[in-house]
Design a protein around this ligand. Structure first.
Ligand code: NDP
Ligand code: ZN
Length: 352
């Protein structure tokens, strides 16, 4: 089969590989729509996972089941399925403790284009198929569904980590596709004011549509000064971090009221330590929590998110700014994600 791969750090290209073989609990899926992710860019060009050779990229795909192992009960050949970016081993001790994303070691629930070939191929392998595949309702098209592999569950996980409650004021740092989903999730959780940080006009427009009440352009002065000015010096209840850098935590702790929680889903790629401002952290006694997490995968979560899309609670297709017809366009789509032109939020490649 054909796949689009990371050849080594800083280099990508097409290659031929054997179609993956499946075990008794696994499935083989033929993707019908895929989307490159900022994480693919970190993997190839920042060497985020370390060196990888000829590893097929991609972890966001919807598709059709081609084959299932003999112990798979709920899925069969021909089923239309959504596959989460994170595909845990559901019988692991970590999953039993409530942290499936860390099954087999920290962050090891992330298998695609990490420990095994990813989804930018004619076929891909899914472990624990009954737990990691989700049935897609007929009402939800591939374009919307593929935003539920990673963007919606990750943005929503930021909301869960920050434990947004009715009426709370929330700062969302970063309004790429992940942050935009965090804005949508914060609104659904009942936030009052939502301050969204970004600069690309397209993202700002969609942030408003998803529920941002105030926009902060981090290029027009510090986020801290702007938040404090907009909140009469009070700051916000919660912060969700889906962009920025290591020093974003300094800002987050400074602008947050006591009792606040920072929910981070941003990937921190550099440096050895993060800094926390001592005084604004209440000299260690401010009840300000920093929580960070890889999104949990899982069929139950995905099918619930799909139900929200089906009923019209949220429209993730607004994230999709660039559509390509044909697998041969995957390279173009990946490089778009790398270069992030100002009109881009997410590209999708239709494989059919
Ligand atoms: P994008 O690059 O599309 O968006 C990043 C956002 O951060 C943009 O809005 C950008 O603004 C903003 N930003 C950039 N620099 C700063 C700064 N200095 N201060 C404040 N804001 C800034 O990323 P994605 O939405 O695709 O992904 C967000 C992060 O989530 C990535 O790090 C990604 O790796 C990570 N991720 C984490 C997952 C998880 O499970 N935890 C899963 C998937 C992704 P501008 O408008 O100027 O571009
Ligand atoms: Zn992703």
């Amino acid at each position: 089969m054909k796949g689009y791969a990371m050849k080594k750090i800083g280099s990508t290209g097409w290659l031929e590989k054997e179609i993956p073989t499946i075990g008794p609990n696994d499935a083989l899926v033929r993707p019908t729509a895929v989307s490159p992710c900022t994480s693919d860019i970190h993997t190839v060009w920042a060497g985020a996972l370390g060196e990888r050779t000829d590893m097929i990229l991609g972890h966001e795909a919807v598709g059709v089941v081609e084959e299932v192992g003999e112990l798979v009960t709920d899925f069969k050949k021909g089923d239309r399925v959504l596959v989460a970016a994170i595909t845990p081993d559901w019988n692991s001790v970590e999953a039993q403790k409530g942290f499936p994303m860390h099954s087999g070691g920290m962050l090891a629930g992330w298998k695609f284009s990490n420990f095994k070939d990813g989804v930018f191929a004619e076929y891909f392998h899914v472990n624990d198929a009954d737990g990691n595949l989700a049935h897609i309702p007929d009402e939800v098209d591939d374009i919307s569904a593929v935003m539920l592999c990673d963007m919606m569950p990750t943005g929503f996980h930021g909301v869960e980590l920050a434990d947004i409650k009715f009426g709370e004021t929330v700062l969302v740092v970063g309004i790429g596709p992940v942050g935009l989903m965090a804005v949508a999730g914060a609104k659904l959780r009942g936030a009052s004011e939502i301050y969204a940080v970004g600069s690309r006009p397209n993202c700002i427009e969609i942030a408003k549509e998803y529920g941002a009440t105030h926009i902060i352009n981090y290029k027009n002065g510090t986020i801290e000064e702007q938040v404090m000015a907009l909140t009469n010096g009070e700051g916000v209840d919660k912060v969700i971090v889906a962009g920025g850098d290591n020093d974003t935590f300094i800002t987050a702790v400074k602008v947050m009221k006591p009792g606040g929680i920072v929910g981070n889903v941003n990937y921190l790629g550099e440096g050895e330590y993060l800094r926390i401002p001592r005084v604004e952290w209440g000299c260690g006694m401010g009840h300000k929590t920093i929580a960070g997490g890889l999104m949990p995968g899982g069929r139950d979560r995905l099918e619930k998110l799909l139900a929200m899309v089906k009923i019209g609670r949220v429209d993730p297709s607004k994230l999709v700014t660039h559509k390509f017809d044909g697998f041969e366009h995957i390279e173009e789509a990946l490089y778009l994600m790398k270069d992030k032109p100002s009109d881009l939020i997410k590209p999708v490649v239709i494989m059919k």
